[in-house]
Write a protein that binds this ligand. Structure first.
Ligand code: GCB
Length: 611
């Protein structure tokens, strides 16, 4: 799905701003035609979650209505006009001038509907969107499961550890395109010796035969090729001699423009390859490590709403630590975020919202699988052209029913959900590979989860909490157990391992000697211990700390003030002690994404670190 753009053939009108808003707990809105206007409306920001804009609806997760009035420029007449919602969590329905135009399920991916015939050109148009975010067992992610959670019970009753923010989270845009327009573009890059190639497939909205062209500008270019559309589809390949490759150290982007008689669409292209060999991930044929964070879209007041200054700041802070990578835990992030990653040279593990999947019976599993497949299809369609995206992740911590959450162990024998889960996950991994054979595929495993769920993965991604949920306070034993487990997993799979989560809740400002759990010193030691172990193991292809910043979770005895405090930065982005440890390991190493020379080198635990 192409990102809307303004150029000489296309138009775009961003409806971000203050909208009218009203909650609808009794579901009266449709019958009472709230889509025409909202009585007793209150103002709300779009994009933005509703929960943190008003205290009385903090925990409200049911139906709500948004209304906005807008003119559409007359100059758009004769074009086809669409409404596009970047993200509405979880179920969104769009109305234009009183007509229901369509609905979309799934909270973190864009959807669009054509509205040309519904528009008024000489008066204001009424755009209404209803959004509903009930926690339901068969949704992805799920909530309100009947499973007993004991001390892990939370309010709201999610199966996941982040606040279920609701609302319109990304911009609502009206855009116009010519009658015959470029509906999709797929770019695949390759490198063969000193030559790079860019293969472009373009698809029109109609199965016509026509001519077009592609132009690639940047280093050792411009290059041009003809597109001969047959049945609305055309492909062309450009060979770029001695291309400037895209990487985390030099995120060089070419500009590709696809033109047809009536339309034009431009996008940034990074020429790069990604592969694995033994225990190593290869970017452009060179070994590299993916160091960084698990993150969330989360901030005060905006909730999960797109927050551009925060986005820029977070990239700056990630760079400051020396990180070159992150995972979009636990759902797709905004398109603006992916564009930043391309530009700033971050290697992204792109994840669908399949967090804490359970496989308790065939029926629920089938419903969830359909939803996961839809989200995977939509994610690949949206993000397939981003050089930053190097891996698709189809699940975070899927769990067998027999997993004991207190000990993080499971008894595989006699648990039917183990086999059910295996089939489910393999279906998704194969689908990801089929949709995009040019990237790596993975899923993220839970501590104690079945090993053979990872069989189809290119990279083994492990979340481990040695020294926090297991062996908390016993750092030496925890670090030793980590080392042993890593070796076991490596000898089983012989594939690169990324630790996609490891972390310790930490109260900023709490100190201790000896360092005890929750102090900044404990977190710093914990991170150092983990990075030391990883540095000694060649097959560890990346370390992603949980978490970049403290974030809103649900209320429970596990979460102080409803917050997950494992951030390296506080929620307002102040560094904790551990941030400096990351800098020692990542920012000051010669091969780090951002190199910086500070102090003289010292040898620590097998690696040479600057002071
Ligand atoms: C996990 C989950 C993550 C949680 C984290 C924690 O394993 O993947 O969503 O936030 O643990 O802090 O407990």
């Amino acid at each position: 799905m192409l990102f809307p753009q303004q150029n000489d053939r296309r138009n775009k009108l961003d409806l971000s701003g203050i909208w009218d808003f009203r909650i609808d707990p009794e579901h009266l809105g449709e019958g009472d035609q709230w889509f025409n206007s909202l009585a007793d409306a209150r103002p709300i920001a779009v994009p933005g979650s509703w929960n943190d804009q008003y205290a009385d609806i903090f925990n409200y997760l049911d139906l709500a209505w948004y209304v906005k009035r807008t003119y559409v420029p007359r100059s758009w007449q004769g074009q086809r006009v669409f409404i596009r919602v970047g993200s509405a969590n979880y179920y969104g329905t769009v109305y234009v001038n009183g007509t229901r135009v369509g609905s979309h399920e799934g909270g973190h991916l864009p959807f669009a509907f054509e509205i040309t015939s519904l528009l008024k050109w000489d008066a204001e148009n009424v755009v209404a969107i209803s959004v509903e975010n009930e926690l339901k067992p068969t949704r992805v992610p799920a909530g309100n499961m009947s499973t007993a959670l004991g001390p892990f019970a939370s309010f709201p009753r999610t199966t996941f550890d982040f606040f279920p923010f609701a609302g319109i989270h990304r911009p609502v845009v009206l855009y116009s395109v010519p009658q015959t327009y470029i509906e999709d573009v797929t770019v695949v890059t390759d490198i063969d010796g000193v030559e790079g190639s860019v293969t472009v497939t373009a698809r029109l909205n109609e199965p016509v035969a026509t001519q077009g062209s592609i132009t690639l500008s940047g280093a050792n270019s411009p290059l041009q090729a003809t597109l001969s559309f047959n049945q609305g589809v055309a492909e062309a390949k450009l060979n770029v001699l001695a291309p400037r490759l895209w990487s985390d150290k030099d995120p060089y982007l070419y500009e590709l423009t696809v033109s047809t008689e009536s339309d034009r669409f431009s996008l940034s292209v990074g020429i790069r390859t990604i592969a694995v060999e033994g225990g190593t991930i290869l970017l452009n044929g060179q070994p590299m490590k993916m160091n960084g964070f698990g993150r969330h879209e989360d901030f005060i007041a905006s909730g999960k709403g797109l927050n551009l200054p925060l986005l820029v700041k977070d990239y700056q802070l990630m760079r400051w630590t020396g990180a070159n990578s992150y995972r979009t835990s636990h759902y797709p992030y905004s398109e603006e975020e992916m564009q930043m990653a391309d530009r700033e040279g971050f290697l992204v593990i792109d994840e669908i919202p399949a967090v804490s999947l359970q496989f308790e019976n065939d029926e629920n599993a089938a419903t969830r699988l359909r939803m996961c497949q839809q989200q995977l299809d939509e994610l690949v369609a949206r993000d397939k052209n981003h050089p930053s995206v190097v891996m698709w992740c189809v699940a975070n911590e899927p769990m067998p029913s027999s997993l004991n959450l207190e000990t993080l162990t499971a008894s595989a024998s006699g648990d039917p959900s183990v086999q059910r889960g295996k089939q489910f996950l393999e279906t998704l991994l194969r689908r990801a590979r089929e949709l995009d054979p040019t990237r790596l595929v993975t899923l993220v495993t839970v501590m104690g989860g079945p090993q053979d769920w990872m069989q189809e993965c290119d990279v083994i991604c492990m979340n481990r909490y040695w020294g926090w949920y297991v062996l908390g306070g016993e750092m030496d034993k925890a670090i030793a157990s980590l080392g042993q487990e890593l070796d076991q997993v490596w000898s089983l799979w012989r594939k690169p391992i990324i630790m996609t989560e490891f972390g310790a809740d930490t109260m900023p400002g709490l100190h201790g000697q000896p360092p005890v759990m929750w102090t900044e010193e404990y977190q710093a030691d914990y991170i150092r211990g983990h990075l030391d172990v990883a540095a000694r193991k060649e097959y560890v292809a990346g370390m992603q700390v949980w978490h970049f910043a403290d974030f809103a979770a649900v209320q429970s005895i596990m979460r102080i003030g409803g917050m997950n405090m494992k951030g390296i930065f506080t929620r307002t982005r102040t560094p904790k002690l551990a941030a400096h440890v990351l800098r020692e390991f990542w920012a000051k190493r010669p091969d780090a994404a951002q190199t910086e020379t500070v102090g003289e080198a010292v040898a620590v635990g097998g690696v040479t670190l600057p002071r």
